[in-house]
Write a protein that binds this ligand. Structure first.
Ligand SMILES: Cc1ncc(COP(=O)(O)O)c(C=O)c1O
Length: 394
């Protein structure tokens, strides 16, 4: 069995990477440790690099693409084996990124003025795309549980469905920024309500292969007939295998009445044709990436545990909430008693750390920070010690 080294520190500066390139623009300085944008700092699975190199170097003709059957089969096999999500070639198409795909769904299935439900705190582009397109955003806010984790407010959701008649709801499954792996009962109830009130469901499952600490991913479309009838699912190898820059994602719609017009519209407008490198990398990842991913997830769990222990021993004002999925850790900083501006000042100017400000995911995220732990542990240890030191000096 090959052993992959996730502790290697990879210098990503000067490689046209957003995580570094936008530091000055977003944080006002570039001498901060970048632990924000949700890609990982790990080198990708060598099978991916080799497949890309073979295609690019051994056959230097880069014409229009047509995905081979083996590409679709790699997606189908991966989802069946890892997530028990079963679909056929007809049910799936390519999309060049999930944010792009969400924008397509919004454009195809809704009209300006329509209401769309999101559940804040949640990945901010959902809100941005909806606002930009003149859709009305309705927030079915997540609720905190007594143990400090989060749950859906299904009573509020039913009230919203019944009284506001939204056209679409976004289910972030697993939920970024908190890393919640929604359970089948919750998803089943969402789907039941959606069918009863005629609300389409967009399930963003981009983090669904990054399950931690024994949690399982439950694809929304699999939980019931209601879910299969109402759900448009998008997923990707991008977060899973650290290939977000290749913009490769897939869309599955089991209900033919939704699928046929949507897929046809995308095809007629040439919105779903893959670029060459995405094709090659995706197939290689799904065929040969199992072992790499399993080791990667172990390493991420180690990072999460390190941050938890460090906070409880040295930074008691910061509570690291354990994610059930993905490489993003939600830090509850409310006990520090700082204003929003003071918290940003602490992280950015005093500790020289670039994390995502929790408020960007919705007002309830204020007082929280999102830490990207998909990096070499020595970097994370350095970040923790900078934060502890900044607090000591405060
Ligand atoms: C929930 C969620 N959806 C979508 C994306 C971005 O997907 P893409 O790069 O494929 O547009 C992210 C990235 O952080 C995410 O967390």
């Amino acid at each position: 069995m090959e052993h992959y080294d996730f502790s290697k520190v990879v210098d990503r500066r000067g490689t046209s990477t957003y995580k570094y390139g936008a530091l000055e623009q977003v944080f006002g300085r570039d001498d901060v440790l970048p632990l924000w944008v949700a890609d990982m700092d790990f080198e990708v699975c060598p099978a991916i690099t080799q497949a890309i190199a073979r295609r690019i170097c051994d056959h230097p003709v880069y014409g229009y693409t047509m995905p081979p059957e083996s590409f679709w089969q790699a997606i189908i096999d991966w989802q069946r084996e890892r997530n028990n999500f079963c679909f056929t070639r007809d049910d799936v198409c390519f999309v060049g990124g999930i944010v792009y795909g969400f924008a397509l769904v919004v454009n195809h299935f809704t009209r300006p003025g329509d209401k769309v439900v999101i559940q804040q705190p949640v990945y901010h582009p959902f809100n941005n795309i909806l606002q930009a397109g003149g859709r009305q955003v309705v927030n079915n806010a997540l609720r905190r549980t007594p143990d400090g984790f989060y749950r859906m407010d299904l009573e509020d959701l039913e009230r919203i469905f019944a009284q506001q008649h939204p056209r679409l709801m976004v289910v972030c499954n697993p939920h970024n920024p908190i890393g919640i792996a929604w359970d089948a009962d919750t998803l089943r109830e969402v789907a039941r309500l959606a069918r009863q009130y005629g609300v389409l469901l967009f399930s963003d499952e981009i983090h669904g292969d990054l399950m931690l600490f024994g949690h399982r991913h439950t694809p929304l479309a699999t939980v019931s007939d209601d879910a299969a009838a109402m759900t448009i699912t998008m997923g990707a190898p991008s977060k899973t295998f650290n290939i977000a820059g290749l913009k490769s994602s897939w869309c599955v719609v089991l209900n033919p009445e939704l699928r046929q017009p949507f897929f046809q519209w995308m095809e007629q407008n040439e919105l779903s044709s893959p670029h060459l490198v995405a094709l090659v990398a995706t197939e290689a990842a799904y065929r040969h990436g199992h072992e790499w991913l399993d080791q990667c997830l172990c390493y991420i769990e180690g990072n999460i545990t390190m941050v938890e222990n460090y906070c409880s021993e040295h930074i008691p004002g910061v509570r690291a909430i354990r994610p059930q999925a993905s490489f993003l850790q939600w830090l509850d900083c409310t006990a520090l008693g700082l204003s929003h501006d003071q918290l940003i000042d602490l992280f950015v100017d005093k500790a020289q750390l670039a994390l995502n400000d929790g408020a960007m995911f919705g007002p309830a995220g204020s007082g929280f920070m999102r830490l990207n732990v998909g990096t070499a542990r020595p970097i994370l240890e350095q970040a923790m010690s900078r934060l502890a030191q900044a607090l000591r000096q405060d």
